[in-house]
Design a protein around this ligand. Structure first.
Ligand code: NAD
Ligand code: UDP
Length: 345
């Protein structure tokens, strides 16, 4: 059992990870500025697990506040989710992204060092792979300059952490490169709650299904793929959450910095997703083919064998369950968390 500080723990992936941490007997301290989430997610995490967690509203760029947290709780390790993730917004507001993601991460790592906490799991992304790599993507394949500022911040933080661990053997760092997280906790109580019009396929699709949006645009049907539409490696968020637990346990007993892909190793096209969703839910999805979205690659899926072998982790959920759980969350919470206005104080 360990005391885990979870930055960004009120968000989509963080809240699911808190459930797995609590269910495995860890003590959880969430540090989140709620800029893209609500405390309600954590209220529901506690309802699902029947366990208590500590919530602190704060910003990772606030060094004094972080010092206070490390002084107040005997933290053993940090899982660092906090950051901004909207690709389009990162293009319009680069400094804002550099500040929250890069400067915020540096501020956190400095506070960790002051507190003698050197175990870290970091949320990276498959976007750091060079676009010329052919899937399945393996951890040893080259990274490249991401085509957006969000991806750039992930690459920079990964590189900083690699240099940090090379310079100081006390650090023990997991870089988890997520593929495409989808789905929700099987209770339907917590899930992804994007603000405004979603950018990603799954929340867009479920919002069309629930009637919030009119139709889905399929970005390009002329790629060199099975049916011309983009292929991605969708991974159930509960499997992803469990990968954090496995990475954490690995890092608590090993030093150095290690990269792991977290995906299923299976690719699905946009049309395959639409048709599978229709089959699982019985709902017809209106869609129209639109031009390719700038910056998209045709195919991206993982070689996940390193995580399977080294972390003793195995994805448990198939595509049908990912789609059913995404839909259950959307159906039970048509407006996300916004219909519930509990303040935590
Ligand atoms: P999310 O937006 O739901 O969660 C991020 C959380 O961080 C939010 O609760 C937000 O309020 C908080 N936050 C943002 N800036 C902060 C700051 N300066 N200080 C404190 N808290 C702050 O996003 P998510 O989908 O759960 O993603 C979690 C992490 O995983 C992010 O770092 C994201 O970049 C990364 N990631 C996500 C995906 C994906 O498709 N969802 C893919 C790859 C990587
Ligand atoms: N996509 C789509 N319509 C949408 C959103 C996404 O056709 O409204 C496609 C997109 O072109 C890509 C796949 O769905 O091929 C996954 O896109 P998403 O934005 O979810 O993830 P990422 O681009 O990060 O892989």
């Amino acid at each position: 059992m360990a005391n885990i500080l979870v930055t960004g723990g009120a968000g989509y992936i963080g809240s699911h990870t808190c459930i797995e941490l609590l269910n495995h007997g860890h003590e959880v301290v969430v540090f989140d500025n709620l800029s893209n989430s609500r405390y309600e997610s954590l209220r529901r995490v506690q309802k699902i697990t029947q366990k208590h967690l500590v919530f602190i509203e704060g910003d990772i760029r606030d060094a004094d506040h972080l010092d206070q947290v490390f002084q107040s709780y005997s933290i053993d390790a940090v899982i660092h989710f906090a950051g901004l993730k909207a690709v389009g917004e990162s293009q319009a507001m680069p400094l804002h992204y550099f500040d929250h993601n890069i400067a915020g991460s540096i501020c956190l790592f400095q506070a960790m060092k002051r507190a003698n906490v050197f175990h870290l799991v970091f949320s990276s992304s498959a976007t750091v792979y060079d676009a010329s790599n052919i899937s399945p993507l393996h951890e040893e394949m080259p990274t490249g300059m991401p085509n957006n500022n969000y991806g750039y911040t992930k690459l920079i933080i990964e590189q900083m952490l690699q240099k940090l661990s090379a310079a100081d053997a006390r650090w023990s760092i997991a870089l988890l490169r997520y593929f495409n997280p989808v789905g929700a906790h099987t209770s339907g109580l917590i899930g992804e709650d994007p603000q405004g019009i979603p950018n990603n396929l799954m929340p867009y699709l479920t919002q069309v299904a629930v009637g919030r949006l009119e139709q889905l645009a399929v970005y390009g049907d002329d790629y060199d793929t099975i049916d011309g539409t983009g292929v991605r490696d969708y991974i159930h968020v509960v499997d992803l959450a469990n990968a954090h637990l496995c990475a954490l346990e690995n890092r608590l007993s090993t030093q150095g910095c290690r990269v792991w892909n977290i995906g299923t190793g299976q690719g699905s096209s946009v049309l395959q997703i639409i048709h599978a969703f229709e089959k699982v839910t019985g709902i017809k999805i209106p869609y129209q083919v639109a031009p390719r979205r700038s910056g998209d690659v045709a195919t991206s899926f993982s070689d996940n064998q390193r995580a399977v072998q080294e972390l003793a982790w195995q994805p448990q959920y198939g595509l049908a369950e990912m789609l059913a759980d995404s839909w259950k969350w959307q159906q039970q919470n048509p407006s996300g968390y916004s219909s519930t206005q509990h303040k935590y104080k």
